[in-house]
Design a protein around this ligand. Structure first.
Ligand code: NDP
Length: 300
């Protein structure tokens, strides 16, 4: 393997440590405890795991964690009522409503009811608009984590060719905005892109956020490019025994790693950074709410 491995797990641990330091500082200097509220509606097993991890890591860095688990049949009105209460609660600096929501609830209406100053996922129209116009926003956690790892590896990104594969609102589009903010020349590729291999081949930075197992092979990668693999795909792994599965990214790891300059693994790359960035965003939101200077290195 030619590529350097970008160890998202270690990077996330280091970011959490810095967050914990800032949390301790806020408590000691101002008596403030940053608080994160996570709302889960229904019993989606994957969402339950995410919410449990978020709650545990929130407490580990010294912040207050408020978990609200609501029944699957909770009405949209009741959920909006809870969001309004959390908006008005001074102990809560960040609010995250775990997606997906049950089909009878309008997810856009709920997300946009969150006070943009507490929108630590960066999904409200207000924060999307701020990011898109280059203003101070709450930045979505997954792209924020990708950007941190890219800057750590490459330093100044200015002038580099970046290709983002995927145009979702939660990953692809905000990732492209962040790279544009770093003065990259950005191409957003998607399912209708013509000649995707050629588009990817010219990139110094490839961010793959597609949701298709091992779709990007090594011969699409420019030698020395940095590859950030956001995809998390579970595929059958009969070699591990009957019915067993394993996680892979959107990039074919071995062949991409043979050509790239650096690459994130799956698992252990972008995934761990997402929750660490959520904690970082909560500290940022807390500092902004109290009119305190924002700690360096926690946002884009
Ligand atoms: P979406 O399904 O919302 O978006 C996928 C994007 O990929 C779409 O824009 C789609 O294009 C594009 N696409 C699909 N097929 C192709 C193709 N053959 N060629 C080029 N582009 C294609 O996914 P998300 O953005 O929500 O997630 C992407 C992946 O990232 C998933 O595997 C998800 O699990 C993972 N993820 C990981 C996170 C983490 O913490 N590590 C967090 C969030 C997501 P079009 O718009 O034309 O349909």
């Amino acid at each position: 393997m030619a590529a350097e491995l970008i160890d998202g797990k270690a990077f996330a641990a280091e970011l959490r440590e810095r967050v914990a330091g800032h949390v301790a500082g806020l408590r000691a200097a101002h008596g403030i405890v940053p608080g994160l509220a996570v709302v889960l509606v229904g019993e989606d097993p994957a969402s339950e795991v995410y919410v449990r991890n978020k709650g545990r890591q929130t407490v580990e860095v010294g912040m207050a964690s408020f978990e609200h688990k609501l029944a699957a049949e909770t009405s949209e009105a009741a959920l909006l009522d809870l969001v309004a209460r959390l908006n008005g609660d001074d102990a809560v600096h960040g609010i995250l409503v775990q997606l997906p929501l049950p089909a009878h609830i309008d997810a856009d209406a709920v997300i946009n009811a969150i006070d943009p100053a507490k929108d630590v996922d960066g999904f409200t129209l207000s924060n999307v608009g701020l990011l898109g116009t280059g203003q101070k926003a709450m930045v979505p956690c997954t792209p924020l984590g990708c950007l941190m790892m890219l800057k750590d590896r490459l330093g100044d990104l200015s002038g580099l060719d970046a290709v983002v594969i995927g145009r979702s609102n939660i990953v692809g589009k905000p990732m492209a905005q962040l790279l544009l903010g770093q003065s990259c020349t950005v191409t957003i590729a998607h399912s209708r892109t013509r000649d995707l291999p050629e588009v990817v081949r010219r990139a110094d930075i490839v961010v793959a956020a597609v949701g298709r197992p091992e779709m990007v092979p090594g011969d699409w990668i420019k030698p020395g490019a940095v590859v950030i693999d956001v995809g998390i795909n579970r595929i059958p792994a009969p070699e591990r025994g009957e019915g067993k599965t394993r996680l892979v990214g959107d990039c074919h790891f071995e062949s991409c790693a043979a050509v790239a300059g650096a690459i994130t693994p799956v698992p252990g790359g972008v995934g761990p950074m997402t929750i660490a960035c959520l904690l970082a965003n909560t500290v940022t939101a807390c500092c902004r709410a109290h009119g305190l200077p924002e700690p360096e290195g926690l946002t884009a």
